[in-house]
Write a protein that binds this ligand. Sequence first.
Ligand code: GLV
Ligand code: MN
Ligand code: MN
Length: 417
Amino acid sequence: MSTPQIHLSVQGSRLCERIQALAQVGALKGGGVCRLALTPADKAGRDLVISWMTELGLSVSVDRIGNIMGLRAGHVDAPPVFIGSHIDTVATGGAYDGNLGVLAGLEVLQCLAEAGIETELPIAVAIFTNEEGARFAPDMMGSGVHQGSLDLEEMLAVEGIDGTTVGADLEAIGYAGESPCGSQRASAFIELHVEQGPLLEEEGFMIGAVEGVQGISWTEFLWSGVSNHAGTTPMRLRHDAGYAAADLACFVRDLALDHGGDQVATVGSVQLQPNLVNVIANQARMTVDLRNTDDQVLKRVERQTLEYAKSLADHEGLELETRILARFAPVAFSQRLIGLVEKHATDLGHSVRRMPSGAGHDAQMFAPNCPSTMIFVPSKGGISHNIHEYTAPEEIQAGGDVLLRMVLALAGVRSTG
Ligand code: GLV
Ligand code: MN
Ligand code: MN
């Protein structure tokens, strides 16, 4: 397959305009975006991006878990090169997480169309359902079902934080598609994403060549105790679920610090019942997010966390129920593709470093099944999952150009000679 020297560039300004236009959908007062998966705002975002796919002449399909694919034909009847990411956001998200990867994919295809470049392999731009997992756990749901590591029927039955199911909400927003999940295999997968961490900016690099994604473990802990009067109940007679949650939150933070290295621990959601100033909580529901690049260490930290949660229940006289919300082992990306990202970034004059990803991504679900990797661009102040998430236009241009070259290398330019 030939890949002649082609001096093409994406139109960064057009890409930035689309990012800002999509950020208006679900825009929060005061900045940022709330487009939680399968909400009316997610539907409006999907509708907008599909209108751009249609303008570009892509053939658009939606599968049963709501993944959207815009396909550009190639000359060879073979699985497409996938450019994929997501457009759902956390409730207090920014404009770039996920959206950059999808819209940069469209920009690459528009650029190829305008330059009259045809490729040997087809190219697909994919939007995966519920990458964030903020409303329905687990994260990477659409890409996981697409690649067969999550079960479709189980995922359709998942109940989210609003009490509705994935299946019902897909129907409600009109994105319960008909294509079988994963019927379109991928010859390679490439995702451009903002780093969402501080390293590129701190160390002065423009591009991250992503080597893999760390393991992710999400567990919900639910302690049940007894409500009682805050003033009259002696400390020795309490069955205080709120106390257990508070203690475990401190425990996992210390555990992560003690392990050091890559280990991180986050308590992102705590709900107390009845949640009143003068009533001992009879119920505490809390999530713990643990991540590490080393699965053995992650397993040990999971075990220690569970043991401590149980010991708290025993000491305080509480019932404990636990539920695994997400568990993904660490993933290594293709050495060949990582090397290609380094090569193309260097050829374009950009500084590049290899790095792991701290966040979960759709690319990790493809990695076991086809050559996959990611391109990172800097996140200002290392901030993400925050309304102030920002990546500068020149960084978007750089990432878009590396993506364009990766796609040309992977899909192969159709020689006209
Ligand atoms: C997804 O953004 C995650 O890493 O939690
Ligand atoms: Mn993302
Ligand atoms: Mn995210």
